[in-house]
Design a binder for this molecule. Structure first.
Ligand SMILES: C[S@@+](CC[C@H](N)C(=O)[O-])C[C@H]1O[C@@H](n2cnc3c(N)ncnc32)[C@H](O)[C@@H]1O
Length: 263
């Protein structure tokens, strides 16, 4: 891909999603864009760039952001966060709280929010809703099906696996999430680089893991400001253990293990 075309894509992607691509990402960008070239039968990246810029519906921009975003996720990722979450949810229940508001930001294909939903449902059977958001429409659609290759749920503890039913899907065993859990998760598109977030607080717990790594510090700082604003005093923000809030001004208390609390 020619340098000026790459630069133009980077500018648009950064402006629209916050994702910062450096020049060593040329091969990655080229291979991701190749998917759109094949789908649209367009010959090269420059023509694709023009096509996208001329698309007044904005649909192709969403398709571009879809192929650019890295959706890697899996059940029970960074498991200590879920163990901590189960304890906190239990504590809230014992304190007599009747409802918890939980947001899973950058929820990808649903493994993370469904796990949060299962744990929540087991303690708040009648009042458990999780908001799960992502920038990618494709991944949100996949997440809302709640259908996973059967081996992928094996990382979950046995008592959580029982919320899935093994079904035949195109001749292979797949794990289908229980409808009551599926219905308790609301999937919505939300771009974390657009401010302010169109959400009503106060929220009790926010999970936002493995997405800040794609953003620069100024954007991360704005995100954390929004999280802080939306959290109830005493509420929690969980980020990935590979991420940190170092260099960001905030008023959250650091509890360790990448968990922060609004004071
Ligand atoms: C690596 S996955 C992380 C999934 C999950 N949170 C986890 O920790 O396993 C990153 C997700 O962030 C989403 N994403 C990237 N940029 C985003 C943005 N600006 N707003 C919202 N989601 C975004 C991607 O579509 C992708 O699904």
């Amino acid at each position: 891909m020619e340098q000026h075309v790459f630069d133009e894509f980077c500018k648009i992607i950064h402006r629209e999603s916050g994702i910062a691509l450096t020049s060593e990402k040329v091969p990655l960008l080229t291979s991701r864009i190749a998917r759109r070239l094949r789908a649209l039968k367009i010959e090269d990246e420059k023509r694709y760039l023009d096509y996208m810029l001329q698309d007044k519906t904005g649909e192709e921009l969403i398709n571009l952001l879809d192929v650019i975003s890295t959706n890697t996720t899996y059940f029970w990722r960074e498991e200590s966060h879920f163990e901590w979450y189960a304890e906190v949810v239990n504590r809230f229940r014992n304190e007599g709280k009747e409802e918890l508001k939980v947001w899973c930001a950058a929820s990808s294909s649903g493994e993370e929010p469904y796990t949060l939903a299962i744990i929540l449902k087991s303690m708040f059977p009648n009042n458990s809703k999780i908001l799960a958001t992502d920038i990618s429409m494709t991944i949100l659609q996949r997440a809302s099906r709640g259908l996973y290759p059967a081996p992928s749920i094996e990382t979950l503890p046995k008592n959580l696996q029982k919320y899935f039913k093994i079904v035949d899907h195109e001749g292979e065993p797949w794990a289908q999430i229980h409808p009551s859990i599926q219905q308790s998760v609301l999937f919505k598109r939300l771009n974390l680089s657009n401010f302010p977030y169109p959400l009503k607080g106060p929220l009790d717990i926010i999970f936002c893991r493995n997405v800040m790594i794609y953003f620069q510090t100024d954007l991360r700082a704005k995100m954390v400001q929004q999280f802080e604003r939306l959290l109830v005093p005493g509420g929690y923000l969980v980020i990935s253990k590979t991420e940190s809030l170092i260099g960001i001004q905030h008023g959250l208390r650091n509890l360790g293990n990448s968990i922060y609390q609004r004071v």
